[in-house]
Design a protein around this ligand. Structure first.
Ligand code: ADP
Ligand code: MG
Length: 466
């Protein structure tokens, strides 16, 4: 029997902000225990939360960089449980309506790029930190209420190395966007991995084992591989894998049992009514995302309209492609408009993966247009064909697809078409101006869209006046 590893990640990022997510207590690292606490963090009766805007902005930036759909309203829910590190008896999180959904991002694994689906990104508050000394447990509330971003992926990884690659990418993005220090050793980036095995080719999923709190990239890769090995051994000898939580023992390079997961925990989630829903306007998102721009973002150097900028800022993929094409010397306006008019729609419908696949052909197509080798109409049609999985080689033949450049040639073509649609010509001359569009359409068709629309219209009008 051949088994296949199925791996998913849950990542927590501690957000860099001077104050906590819902209180004004400081978040300074390394301060004496229990020196940074507001009444709210200790659940004093009557203390009310107020949302830290900076943390929300950080989450928006992070979600955007993972190409996620952003929620237009911010809400928080209570995750209820009793534990010594949670004074309130519930953790504020975003269960019903996460800030980001449906993200996708490429990691470069050993051979090729691989797209990972990011299921959700939400904000939540951190719990207090427990320190075990001999037979006692000490609690430090400095950490309680600090803002966390949780990122949950689909189970799209097949090896420990791939999972570690993704976490590296998250760290890189977090640093670039100044969202988090990303320091694993300080607990600013914490990773849980879910590992299961399934029979190759089968749709039946295996039992999921969770490995908690991995604190380096190397440990992520090694812990996953050790766990895959353990499960394989069990299954091959006819034994069962149980749903449980384990930790990684780096000295012996094995995962160690912590606790069984008998059944799903029931946290009785419900909306928190101390925080009323907050609208996240498009304007707020745009402003948030363009903050980075002001700090030396490359888009600044191009002359773009506000609307063009907005779209490019919202999509990391389109932005990168825009910069690449503009730097290749293509006209800024042409590229911006084409990306916004055509690629944005494809991106929404089919995702970034699709565009990445046909990107080379799109670039070639734009160069053909800029060099006057194809008409604007051809540009649109050919692009649609690329999206429909044809390659540029199949649809454009450089020998016979050139634009009809000479007026003489065009006039011959127009004369031919006018003979063929006499009725429309008569109608036009009697005052039915719309007929002109019909005739233009016939010219496009006869030429296989190889005419310049503006020049054709001018020549046609001249003919009609004759
Ligand atoms: P839960 O509600 O129990 O947390 P989710 O569906 O939200 O379950 O998944 C939590 C984590 O488990 C995600 O990281 C996801 O990728 C991972 N996961 C889901 N199915 C599998 C599987 N078959 N094998 C390994 N990991 C999985
Ligand atoms: Mg979970």
């Amino acid at each position: 029997m051949t088994y296949q590893a199925v791996i998913g990640l849950e990542i927590h990022l501690q957000v860099e902000s001077k104050t906590k997510l819902f209180s004004l207590a400081s978040t300074q690292f390394g301060s004496p225990p229990n020196s940074q606490i507001a009444p709210l963090d200790m659940a004093f009766p009557g203390a009310m939360p107020s949302v830290n805007k900076r943390v929300v902005k950080a989450a928006i930036k992070m979600a955007n960089s993972l190409n996620m759909d952003l929620s237009d309203v911010l809400t928080f829910d209570r995750k209820n449980y009793f534990y010594s590190d949670l004074a309130k008896g519930y953790q504020l999180t975003q269960y019903f309506n996460p800030l980001g959904r449906k993200g996708r991002i490429a990691i470069s694994s050993s051979e090729e790029e691989k797209i990972i689906q990011v299921t959700r990104l939400h904000l939540e508050e951190d719990t207090a930190k427990q320190v075990h000394v001999d037979d006692k447990t000490l609690i430090d509330f400095n950490r309680a209420g600090m803002g966390l971003i949780e990122i949950v992926t689909a189970p799209d990884f097949t090896s420990g190395t791939e999972a570690a690659q993704f976490v590296k990418l998250i760290q890189k993005l977090a640093l670039k966007l100044k969202v988090s220090s990303g320091k694993m050793q300080e607990g600013a980036l914490r990773v849980d991995v879910n590992v299961s095995l399934k029979q190759k080719g089968s749709a039946q999923q295996g039992v999921i084992v969770e490995i908690k709190n991995l604190n380096s990239f190397r440990h992520i890769a090694k812990a996953v591989d050790a766990e895959v090995k353990r499960q394989k051994t069990l299954l091959k000898s006819g034994q069962k894998v149980y749903a449980e939580t384990r930790r990684y023992d780096e000295i012996n390079n094995v995962t160690v049992f912590m606790r069984r997961k008998e059944k799903k925990d029931d946290y009785r989630y419900f909306p928190d009514t101390n925080i009323a829903p907050i609208k996240i306007s498009e304007d707020f998102i745009t402003k948030t995302l363009s903050e980075d721009e002001k700090r030396g973002d490359p888009l600044v150097q191009y002359v773009l309209t506000e609307q063009q900028k907005e779209v490019l800022v919202r999509s990391p993929y389109l932005k990168a492609l825009f910069i690449k094409l503009a730097d290749e010397g293509l006209s800024v306006d042409l590229v911006a408009n084409f990306l916004i008019g055509n690629l944005q729609a494809t991106l929404k419908k089919e995702g970034v993966n699709k565009l990445q696949k046909i990107e080379d052909d799109i670039v070639a197509l734009l160069h053909l247009y800029e060099a006057d080798k194809i008409s604007s109409k051809q540009l649109t049609i050919f692009y649609e064909q690329l999206v429909a999985n044809k390659s540029l080689k199949d649809i454009y033949n450089s020998d016979d697809d050139g634009l009809i450049q000479s007026a003489e040639q065009l006039v011959i073509l127009i004369d031919e078409v006018l003979l063929e649609c006499e009725e429309a010509v008569t109608a036009y001359r009697r005052g039915k101006k719309k007929s002109l569009n019909y005739i233009l359409g016939q010219i496009y068709r006869k030429s296989n869209n190889k005419v310049d629309p503006l020049m054709t219209k001018q020549l046609l009008l001249k003919k009609m006046e004759e």
